[in-house]
Every structure is written in structure tokens, then in C-alpha cells.
Design a protein around this ligand. Structure first.
Ligand code: FAD
Length: 462
């Protein structure tokens, strides 16, 4: 009997463990071709950090598969059917994508596959509970996080899939007959940030370290950016080097407050994926349309203010430290993401989407759902009940969450000689602001009032 072949098309699931697509491919055919498509539509807008992390994760995946990962370049609707045809595959196995671009791409691929008598088989997703599954009593999606998270936990999820590289017999890609040309995984691009080690092994090692040493204390330490109090799993979750199901299974029996809080953070990720699925327009536009009436600054002065924020020279040490960490590590602590986003939208009155775009350029974990909705949460235009008038004070935020000033001193060398929490208000130092560090670019109290005045327009909008 002839050998049957399937295709396993990797996208945001760059791992071999807990991989349900392997099970469906192994059920469907004797052997599978492992495929990754370098899609210009996704690569072009990604910054060097995300591209390099992706390339590193692909190299590791290729080695886990015994060098049998086929990498091609092009529009998936064009190349995937040509590959299916070249290897005679009747099925192409994927984990479903729920983002706006991914959904459309997969629908196009599905149609094109039908022309070569092949089928797109979706098994699993990057989430423990896929978007659109958790609904309220009336069958509608949740608009607020807390009830969502309760229903999400009640819904539950599958146990991790028991897979490794040997679950599937991998076809040697050089045996394919024609079809798109194989390309090399690209070399790393020049990147000014120091990135975490990419790939599944690094994800599992970091996760184990956090599980053994960090998760129990997570609730107490997660808001202190000077402490290594969070897991650092976000880039690995973004590229599926680990699945949230594994994380949830490993913490399921842990009763500590830290473990409970950690599971809630995983629920936030799933909530935002659900919101984006329900409202794809919220990737670019205000979720709450009333915020269309909010006047934002634009023009040359706004551009200058934006550049000062991007470069970490606002004169507010906690804001500048966060923005400089972003450049140096392509990552920023969650507390800082909120502080710098509040500063951009409520002290500088700039549109949240400017900041969101800058984050997406630089972040190694840049994820459309979490990023755009994290920004909208802070701007006040998002799903949450978070009131617009919650305006973060960059001085008190610094003093509260970086009480000894260690985080600021780490990232702002001009202030390295200032002791303790005095670092949060350098303009009050007896000898004045240290050389090279700027004056505060705005008066926070005045801008807070300005923000509240602008908000009146939103309140009265229909
Ligand atoms: P941990 O505290 O260890 O949390 C564990 C995991 O839970 C994270 O890896 C993440 O997957 C999830 N998580 C935690 N907090 C949130 C949250 N508020 N929303 C959604 N998921 C969460 N997260 C991204 O993954 N990509 C982004 O592009 C992104 N942009 C953001 C932009 C803004 C303005 C804000 C306020 C938040 C953003 N977040 C984003 C959420 C959060 O800041 C990061 O997930 C977190 O800092 C990643 O570090 P960690 O893995 O150590 O987190």
C-alpha cells in the first residue's frame, strides 16, 4: 500500500510537547511533512526582536524534528496548497488562529486547498479555552473580565496532549516532488535589544524555574519591577513554545495565592483574545466608541513629545526607566507598561494607538490582543470598567512600586548616584537635577486636570 502523507503547518505553536496537531496528523496519515511559512504580511510589520526570537525558535524546532522542518517563503494561500499537492497530502493540520489576520488567511488557505482536494484540519488553538467558547447566561460573550474569568475557569480545559517529536513520522522535505522552493531559516537581524533565549527548551526550563521558585510568591512580587517577580513567559506563550494548558496543569494543584493570581493572569490573555475575536475592529479603533470624541494632540509638537516618550527622556524617572527597558530588552514589566501608557495618553494626550504601534514594533512578546487591549485598558477606551479618571501619577507610582529606586537606577544611568526613593523626583535634589537628565516635560497636576476636562467630551458623547 502507498504511504499516505499529511502536512503539519506550524504557526504560533513552535513546540513538540503538548501538541494536539501531531495527534490529528498521526491519525490521518502514515507520515507528515513539517512546514513553516515565512509570510511577508506578518514579518514585515514585526520588529527585529520578534523576528529574531521567531527564527531562533524555528531553528530549535527544526533540530527537534531531526532537521526535517520545511521552511518556505510566500503567501500561505499560494504556497500551502502547492506543497499539499507536491507531497500528495489530503489534510493540512493546524492549531486554529483567532486573530483578524489569521482567520482571514486560514479561510483563504482552506478555499485554495479545496482546489487541490485537500482539507484544512484545525485542532486546538494557542489558548486553554479557544475564543468564542465562554459565554454568559444569555449566550453572549462577556464584556468584563471578572465574570469572564469565573466562567472560563468553570468551562475548564483539556489535559496537555502527550506528544513529542516521535509522535509523528516526519517526511524528509527533500523527498517532495516540486512545489515551492525550500529556504533557509533567516539569519538574525541587527537588534539593539538583549533577547531571552528562544525556543521550547528555554521555555520549559524557565517555566520549571518559576514553578519551583517563583509562583508561590508571585502575588506579592509581581508588581515590583526591581524584583524578578514575574515569570517572563510572555514571548514563549506568544510563539507557542509552551502552551497555557501545560502551565495550568502544572499549577492546578497549587493552593497558594501566588498560583491563583498567576492563573488569573493567564485568564487575562484569554479574555483579550476573546474580545479581539468578537470585535476585530478593536485592534485599531476605540472599543468604546464614545472615546472617538476624545480630543488627542497631533502635529509637530505632539511628534516631539512622542519622540521624548519613545526615547525615555520625559524627565519622569519611572517612565524613562520603563521606556529604556523596552529598548534594551524588547520587554517591559507589566506595571511599567501601565505607567508609560497612562503617561502617553493622559499626560501627553496622545492617541493610544501611537503607543500601541511603538510597543508592537519593539516588544518580543508583542501580541495584538494583549497589547491593543492593554493600551485601551489604560487609555480608558477598552472593555474594562477601568474609569478614565484613573490617571497614574508617575511620581507616586514610582515611590510605591520601586520604593528603593533600584529599578530606575538600573535603567537611567544619569540618576545612578541618587540614593533611595529621592530618585523619583530628581528636581527636588539639593544640588539640582543630575547632569544629562532632563527637566520634567510636563506638569503632571496640570495635565491631569486637562485630561479630566477632555474626558467631559467623552461623557457627553452619544
Ligand atoms: P507574568 O506576570 O508572569 O504573567 C504570566 C502570563 O500571563 C504572561 O506571560 C501573559 O501571557 C499573561 N498576562 C499577564 N498579564 C496580562 C495582561 N495584563 N493582559 C494579558 N495577558 C497577561 N502581554 C503580551 O503578552 N503581549 C503584549 O504585547 C502586551 N502588551 C501590553 C501592553 C500594555 C499597555 C499593557 C498594560 C499590558 C500588555 N501586556 C502584553 C500584558 C502584560 O504586561 C505582559 O503579558 C507581561 O508583562 C509579560 O510578562 P510575564 O510573562 O513575566 O508576565
Amino acid at each position: 500500500m502507498a504511504t499516505s502523507t499529511a502536512v503539519v503547518w506550524f504557526r504560533r505553536d513552535l513546540r513538540v510537547h503538548d501538541q494536539p496537531t501531531f495527534l490529528s496528523a498521526a491519525d490521518a496519515a502514515d507520515r507528515s511533512l513539517a512546514l513553516f511559512v515565512l509570510d511577508p504580511a506578518l514579518l514585515t510589520p514585526s520588529g527585529a526582536a520578534r523576528k529574531n526570537f521567531l527564527y531562533g525558535a524555528l531553528r530549535e524546532l527544526d533540530s527537534a524534528l531531526g532537521g526535517k522542518l520545511l521552511v518556505v517563503h510566500g503567501d500561505p494561500a499560494d504556497v500551502v496548497p502547492r506543497i499539499a499537492k507536491a507531497v500528495g497530502a489530503a489534510t493540512v493540520h493546524i492549531a486554529a488562529d483567532y486573530g483578524p489576520y489569521g482567520r482571514e488567511r486560514d479561510e483563504n488557505v482552506e478555499k485554495a486547498l479545496a482546489d487541490v482536494d485537500a482539507e484544512l484540519v484545525r485542532t486546538g488553538s494557542p489558548y486553554a479555552v479557544a475564543p468564542d467558547r465562554v459565554k454568559n447566561g444569555s449566550g453572549d460573550p462577556f464584556k468584563v473580565f471578572t465574570p469572564f474569568s469565573r466562567a472560563w475557569a468553570d468551562h475548564g480545559w483539556r489535559a496537555p496532549a502527550d506528544t513529542d517529536a516521535s509522535t509523528v513520522t516526519w517526511m524528509d522535505p527533500s523527498d517532495k516532488d516540486g512545489g515551492p522552493r525550500a529556504v533557509k531559516i533567516p539569519d538574525d537581524e541587527t537588534c539593539e535589544s538583549q533577547l531571552p533565549e528562544p525556543g521550547e527548551s528555554a521555555a520549559l526550563a524557565l517555566w520549571k524555574e518559576f514553578l519551583d521558585g517563583g509562583v508561590d510568591g508571585y502575588r506579592d512580587r509581581r508588581d515590583l519591577p526591581a524584583a524578578q517577580g514575574t515569570s517572563g513567559m510572555s514571548p514563549y506563550l506568544k510563539y507557542g513554545c509552551i502552551h497555557p494548558r501545560t502551565i495550568l496543569a502544572d499549577t492546578a494543584s497549587m493552593k497558594s495565592d501566588g498560583a491563583g493570581t498567576y492563573r488569573t493572569e493567564i485568564a487575562w490573555r484569554e479574555f483579550y483574545a476573546d474580545v479581539l475575536y468578537q470585535r476585530p475592529d478593536s485592534a485599531r479603533e476605540n472599543y468604546d466608541k464614545k472615546f472617538d470624541a476624545l480630543p488627542n494632540e497631533t502635529g509637530p509638537e505632539a511628534d516631539e513629545a512622542f519622540a521624548a516618550w519613545q526615547e525615555g527622556r520625559t524627565g519622569f524617572p519611572i517612565v524613562d526607566a520603563g521606556m529604556r527597558q523596552l529598548r534594551a530588552e524588547a520587554w517591559m514589566h507589566n506595571r511599567l507598561r501601565m505607567i508609560v501608557a497612562s503617561f502617553l495618553t493622559k499626560d501627553l494626550h496622545l492617541p493610544w494607538w501611537w503607543g500601541a504601534r511603538h510597543f508592537m514594533q519593539l516588544l518580543v512578546d508583542g501580541d495584538l490582543a494583549s497589547n491593543q487591549h492593554g493600551w485601551q485598558w489604560t487609555a480608558g477606551s477598552g472593555t474594562d470598567a477601568s474609569p478614565y479618571f484613573r490617571i497614574f501619577n508617575p511620581i507616586t507610582q514610582g515611590e510605591r512600586f520601586d520604593p528603593d529606586g533600584d529599578y530606575v537606577r538600573r535603567w537611567v544611568p544619569e540618576l545612578a548616584g541618587v540614593k533611595g526613593k529621592a530618585v523619583h523626583q530628581p528636581w527636588k535634589l539639593p544640588d539640582g537635577i543630575p547632569d544629562g537628565y532632563p527637566e520634567p516635560m510636563v506638569d503632571h497636576k496640570a495635565e491631569r486636570q486637562e485630561s479630566l476636562a477632555r474626558y467631559e467630551k467623552v461623557k457627553n458623547a452619544r
